[in-house]
Design a binder for this molecule. Structure first.
Ligand SMILES: [Zn+2]
Length: 501
């Protein structure tokens, strides 16, 4: 999508219809290629498969022990706390925001400045800052907004453990047809819409990367969010959010989401809400009218995947709700507590598991662990979450549709003949297909071979240790491989050498 601007809208729509998810989008892309995903009857897929109309699996309570964390714990921690009062004019596609950031310096050093990431300022004309103040232990000297980086210089260094409040006022005007931050006649999406404090690395400083043609570039610490959203006129509108939406009055709503990577919401006059509550977790689907059957299937796959992954990965899903949002942009995209999935997949759902709606529903759900629970540097080590998310599709199939295991490897991986090293950054490769083949598909092949080299016990114990060690933290590839193979055998060493440069 980044390659097309306003004049390309008609072209976008036309191409989109023809090629479906073939267009490039900086999302959790799993593009199968320029052709729509093959159906069961597609003769180009030379795999033996059993055509089945499946019922969606459920996990019985005995299989899962869930201890739900409170999602409304007070912000007494050292996490950065964000408060927003935002006024949305749905028809004018405009969000007016008053934001405060409560930040405590936990970097163990004095800070002469702080840098915020402003993803909404990636493209001109979307983000307009109108006020900025700093109060607390230091004040502001000056600031500069350059692309996605807002640098605020203090009037004196902020000491370790010192605290400040940054108050901002700004306007967000999403672009027509934009994906995660954009609007169409059917919806307006607000994801990565606000300035936030990036992680700080003791050696390299603020962890800020630049957008790329492929992949995601943002890195998030966990934080606490409290959003009051006022709609100019809420008549007929539905809010899909990454946490519970509590009405305050007719046109005002409050969304509290603590200990999360981000807060995201979408508003539409065309959503039908479909739900599935399993073991105390409610999955809500926000589905365009006409796609209800596929929407319910996606919601149900998501609910069962949340149960399965809570069991397999050893850290329960940390929220009480999960939102599945159908949207009219290609591919899908994960956020903490919410994911988007393209309407293309809903419209092409065939009532079996052997299609991209089902695969991507569980893929995006697994990002609640490989992104949400354990965060990582998506720009420099994108395979760390994407290879695990892709392999999680297989883990779901292995549990619920073991007869489709070979089909999955053929349909999802072998068809694309993936080659090359797994550890590309998002800047190493601008061809999306090549990027996906390496990061997602070779990544999944590597993980499967690692599992074979380690054995199932060590592999799954390692995964659970990994999620528990870096629960609501950030992890690196080194962290992962040290936990998975603390004393690597020759076979593991050879694997790493084969798949990583
Ligand atoms: Zn993904």
């Amino acid at each position: 999508m980044n390659k097309f601007d306003k004049n390309g809208l008609l072209r976008i729509v036309t191409l989109y219809v023809i090629f479906g998810m073939a267009l490039g989008l900086a999302g959790c892309s799993i593009q199968p290629g320029v052709q729509p995903p093959p159906t069961l009857a597609d003769p180009t897929v030379a795999v033996e498969i059993t055509a089945v109309t499946q019922t969606i699996p459920t996990v019985t309570p005995e299989q899962v022990t869930l201890t739900l964390e409170s999602t409304s714990e007070p912000a007494a921690s050292k996490r950065t706390a964000y408060q927003f009062e935002a006024d949305l004019d749905y028809n004018k596609h405009n969000l007016l925001v008053r934001q405060s950031i409560q930040y405590q310096n936990n970097t163990s050093q004095d800070l002469p400045e702080i840098k915020l990431v402003v993803p909404a300022n990636e493209k001109a004309g979307v983000f307009a800052l109108t006020a900025l103040t700093v109060s607390g232990d230091v004040g502001i000297m000056d600031y500069a907004l350059d692309g996605v980086t807002l640098t605020i210089r203090f009037d004196k260094p902020l000491p370790d453990s010192g605290s400040i409040e940054i108050a901002l006022e700004y306007n967000v005007s999403p672009k027509l047809q934009g994906g995660i931050l954009g609007y169409t006649a059917k919806r307006i999406n607000f994801s990565d819409w606000y300035p936030f404090v990036p992680p700080y690395n003791a050696q390299s400083g603020w962890v800020i990367h630049q957008p790329s043609n492929v992949g995601e570039y943002l890195v998030y610490d966990d934080a606490d969010f409290d959003l009051t959203l006022n709609l100019v006129d809420s008549t007929g509108l539905t809010i899909a959010a990454s946490a519970e939406v509590a009405p305050l009055d007719l046109d005002s709503f409050r969304i509290i989401q603590n200990d999360s990577r981000n807060i995201t919401f979408s508003v539409s006059d065309q959503y039908t809400i479909l739900t599935n509550t399993t073991n105390g977790i409610t999955v809500k689907g926000y589905i365009f009218k006409g796609d209800e059957a596929a929407g319910q299937a996606s919601v149900d796959y998501t609910a069962s995947a949340l149960q399965l992954y809570s069991e397999l990965f050893g850290v329960p899903y940390p929220h009480q709700t999960m939102s599945v949002v159908e949207s009219d942009f290609p591919d899908g995209m994960e956020y903490d507590g919410l994911y988007y999935l393209s309407d293309f997949y809903f419209k092409n759902y065939d009532n079996t598991f052997q299609n991209y709606l089902a695969l991507l529903s569980v893929h995006e759900t697994s990002h609640q662990w490989w992104f949400g629970v354990v965060g990582n540097d998506q720009a420099l080590e994108p395979w760390l979450d994407e290879s695990l998310a892709t392999y999680s599709e297989y883990l779901y199939i292995e549990r619920f549709y073991p007869e489709l295991a070979n089909w999955w490897w053929e349909y999802r991986v072998a068809t694309y003949k993936p080659v090359g090293r797994v550890n590309l950054t998002i800047y190493d490769q601008s061809d999306l297909r090549v990027y996906i083949n390496a990061v997602y598909l070779q990544g999944a092949v590597f993980l499967d071979q690692l599992r074979q080299a380690l054995g199932d016990d060590a592999f799954f114990t390692g995964l659970r240790t990994y999620t528990n060690t870096y629960d609501h933290d950030l992890a690196t590839w080194d962290d992962f491989i040290k936990i998975m193979a603390p004393d690597p055998s020759e076979a593991v060493t050879a694997l790493v050498q084969e798949y990583f440069k």
